[in-house]
Design a protein around this ligand. Sequence first.
Ligand SMILES: [Zn+2]
Length: 214
Amino acid sequence: MSLHLTQSREAPALAVTDDVLGVDLGIVNLATDSDGQTFSGVQIHVVRTRYHLRRQRLQKVNTQNAKRRLRKNADKECRFQREVNHGISKTLIAKAAVSCKALALEDLSGIRERTTVRHEQRYERHSWAFFQLRQYITYKAAWAGIPVHLVDPRNTSRTCSHCGHCAKANRKSQAEFLCQRCGVALNADVNAAINISRKQWAAVNRPMASALAG
Ligand SMILES: [Zn+2]
């Protein structure tokens, strides 16, 4: 899957300000940025479920024809996912470029600690599609000369982006954030993305190295 990422190209130097566009990657919303724009995963889940059911059906039929259709099915699913991820990453990079902002993502190694999602979602969060979106953002940013800061993911989702209060109770549900101190109510992913945009970065992604590491 990452073979086509191995091409190298010199990143042009782009003058970025100190401003950072934070991006929270997730399941319900595939991506949410600190400006409040969300890229919903609903459509993806509908389509992937359809592919999944078709796969189950075809696997029961042990014929050459079924096998061929299984392969075709898998190819189509890949292509669909790739297009979605290209679209989201393109939009985010264009946004950062236009506003001369750097990007910030959570450091990948921390994602496991952070999530308290159901089992099947956890599987999805670690699936290739999730990593592919990260990769696309990373390499497109490199090509555009936009730095990608990696931040410590700890407490991103439970800290109030308004007053800084950190508590588990702030996170009312998957979608809602309600600060127990200052009372601010926000979409939980937007709150997380804002926090990501403000965190001290632990590392700046080295463009090609990071694309290859995935
Ligand atoms: Zn607060």
